[in-house]
Write a protein that binds this ligand. Structure first.
Ligand code: PMP
Length: 360
């Protein structure tokens, strides 16, 4: 039976990549050892890390005036790293609050003595919307604007990139990085935990405009000091070597899907099929404003929530895994990241059709 993994993260990885890694797990590049067992400072691994960085740059179209960093501590680590690297105590920083991941970043920033201004908050809609472009005003002198282009729990995504002029735009792309083409030059800082579109957990990809480097607070821990990490090719300390190696393979896989353009097209088709089905069926609904729907995380509700447990159980038995919504919101959520094949979405729709017929 085919198994399709709809987990929000750690999440499905391309099968081909796992097969490749398996084939060379005990003998990497003829070394007789796995990639996990070699020194990060040895010639072979340094070349592997450099290749991964070059692939990030080419597949994502990262301009030369940006540093590409591979850090530990996940995206959550960067919630602290951002104010440490970009502010002094007392500086104002702006946030758009579109859900739980924005909220977590906001509360972390507050620990660092910055003047946190939430200039838009979608509370009134129950975090099912994004603020309209131009409906919020940046705080004069703010050091950056932080936002979450894709809220993983709510399934809410910005349909546009906020315009911030000279103020650095900081984007938590954890759950939508490389889901389609993206103009990196619009951002000051992009960061993403790797456990959704970029491989296993344990690493955070940070892409930062070089002119923002060098103003970290003195107390910034070495492992999140972007300037130091940039100067040391992310090897101030031991980097997450296995994640770096797998990320390279995933990026090559994305290239084989037609790069960011190609994968974006496939993602749009998968999402359109699933939303189209949900919207056309009385038994299912999606609570998010149509223009703000995520193409990566698709939450949906059953007409009768008493059937939620049964739905998850039967889906599980049919090989459709991890469809329960986040524990804080309930309902269902299908995460359909890059590595979810179209067949997986079609299998989900077929299952949902049958479930509604039996229980509707
Ligand atoms: N931001 C977003 C949008 C996320 O989805 C997540 C994880 N689900 C995080 C931040 C936190 O990531 P991590 O667990 O890597 O710290």
């Amino acid at each position: 039976m085919a198994v399709y993994n709809f987990s929000a993260g750690p999440a499905v990885m391309p099968h081909e990549v796992l097969e490749e890694a398996k084939a060379e797990l005990t003998d990497w590049q003829g070394s007789g050892m796995s990639v996990m067992e070699v020194s990060h400072r040895g010639k072979a691994f340094v070349a592997c890390a450099a290749e991964t960085e070059a692939l990030v740059r080419s597949v994502m179209g990262v301009p030369d005036d940006y540093a590409v960093l591979f850090l530990q501590g996940g995206a959550t680590g960067q919630f602290a790293a951002i104010p440490l690297n970009l502010t002094a105590a007392g500086d104002a920083v702006d946030f758009l609050n579109t859900g739980q991941w924005s909220a977590k970043a906001i509360s972390e920033a507050k620990k660092f003595g910055v003047d946190v201004r939430v200039i838009a908050d979608e509370k009134a809609s129950g975090y099912t919307t994004t603020p309209a472009a131009g409906s919020y005003e940046l705080t004069p002198g703010a050091k950056y604007l932080h936002y979450t282009p894709n809220e993983t729990i709510g399934g809410v995504a910005f349909p546009y990139i906020p315009e911030t002029g000279d103020v650095p735009l900081v984007a938590d792309m954890s759950s939508m990085i490389l889901s389609g083409p993206m103009d990196v030059s619009k951002f000051g800082v992009i960061f993403a935990g790797t456990q959704k579109n970029l491989g296993p957990a344990g690493m955070c990809l940070v892409i930062v405009r070089k002119h923002l480097l060098g103003s970290a607070r003195l107390a910034t821990p070495t492992i999140v000091d972007w300037a130091g990490m940039a100067a040391n090719d992310s090897m101030t300390n031991t980097p997450p070597t296995f994640g770096l190696y797998l990320l390279g393979k995933i990026l090559k896989w994305v290239e084989r899907q037609g790069g960011a353009e190609g994968i974006g097209k496939l993602n749009a088709e998968k999402a359109a099929a699933l939303y189209g089905f949900i919207d056309g069926h009385d038994f299912y609904s999606n609570p998010v404003a149509v223009e703000s729907r995520s193409i990566m995380n698709v939450p949906f509700l059953l007409a009768n929530p008493e059937l939620d447990k049964q739905f998850v159980k039967e889906a599980d038995a049919a090989g459709l895994m991890f469809l329960a919504g986040h524990r804080s919101v309930g309902g269902m959520r299908a995460s359909i990241y890059n590595a979810m094949p179209r067949e997986g979405v079609d299998a989900l729709i077929a299952f949902m059709t049958e479930f509604a017929e039996k229980n509707g």
